[in-house]
Ligand binder design. Structure first.
Ligand code: GRF
Length: 196
């Protein structure tokens, strides 16, 4: 095995939304030895699929039945020798079979400071509405390992931003997205390049 082959890392992004984080991750690792091998998605209309097409990245549109009651696509990901599965706007719960196949190799980003404002139903605007309604003076982002519960595994990285008077969920969402874009690619790189 040559040295390039031994340092090269392969990631797969699971995303089913607009894909702004996926785009930042793709940009960050362009021309590096960390490659985005595939975008996995469960929504045929998701904006992230257009990003994948434009970037020439293969996509896999997954089916609920196979994901939750079949093999969870484990053989597909095993064959690809993946180093990290990166969730970026993927709302389905990750099946136990996939967690077992990739222990501490699946991470998620959540648009709040977990353990607050996480769990089933806490996604997108619902998170920011709840943060504002509770009168929080700060929110932020959490990058964490994925376990069998929603938004629950060990925390890898958190950073905060202020919530200010007059914030709407849309304004706060924009501030949070900027934080995500600034940190997620960097944290992924750190996870893949530092020994743990
Ligand atoms: C992000 O806010 C992330 O925290 C959450 O889903 C959103 C995805 O946004 N898990 P985008 O599709 O990357 O723009």
């Amino acid at each position: 095995m040559n040295s390039a082959a031994s340092t090269a890392k392969r990631i797969v992004i699971f995303a089913s939304g607009a894909g702004s984080n996926a785009q930042k991750i793709i940009d960050h690792f362009r021309d590096s030895d960390i490659s985005v091998q595939m975008i996995v998605c469960n929504k045929p209309q998701a904006g992230v699929l257009s990003i994948a097409e434009r970037e020439g990245i293969p996509t896999l549109l997954i089916e609920k039945e196979r994901f939750f009651r079949g093999d969870a696509y484990v053989p597909v990901f095993r064959d690809m020798s993946i180093d990290l599965i990166v969730l970026a706007g993927f709302l389905w719960k990750i099946p136990q079979a996939l967690i077992d196949a990739f222990p501490r190799k699946i991470i998620n980003i959540h648009p709040a400071l977990l353990p607050k404002y996480g769990g089933k139903g806490m996604y997108g605007a619902f998170v920011h509405e709840a943060v504002i309604a509770a009168g929080e003076v700060q929110s932020g982002i959490t990058i964490h390992y994925v376990d069998e519960h929603y938004d629950h595994g060990d925390i890898v990285f958190q950073t905060a931003c202020p919530v200010v008077e007059g914030d709407t969920p849309e304004i706060l969402a924009k501030r949070i997205h900027e934080l995500e874009h600034a940190h997620y690619p960097r944290v992924i790189e750190e996870l893949l390049t530092t020994k743990r």
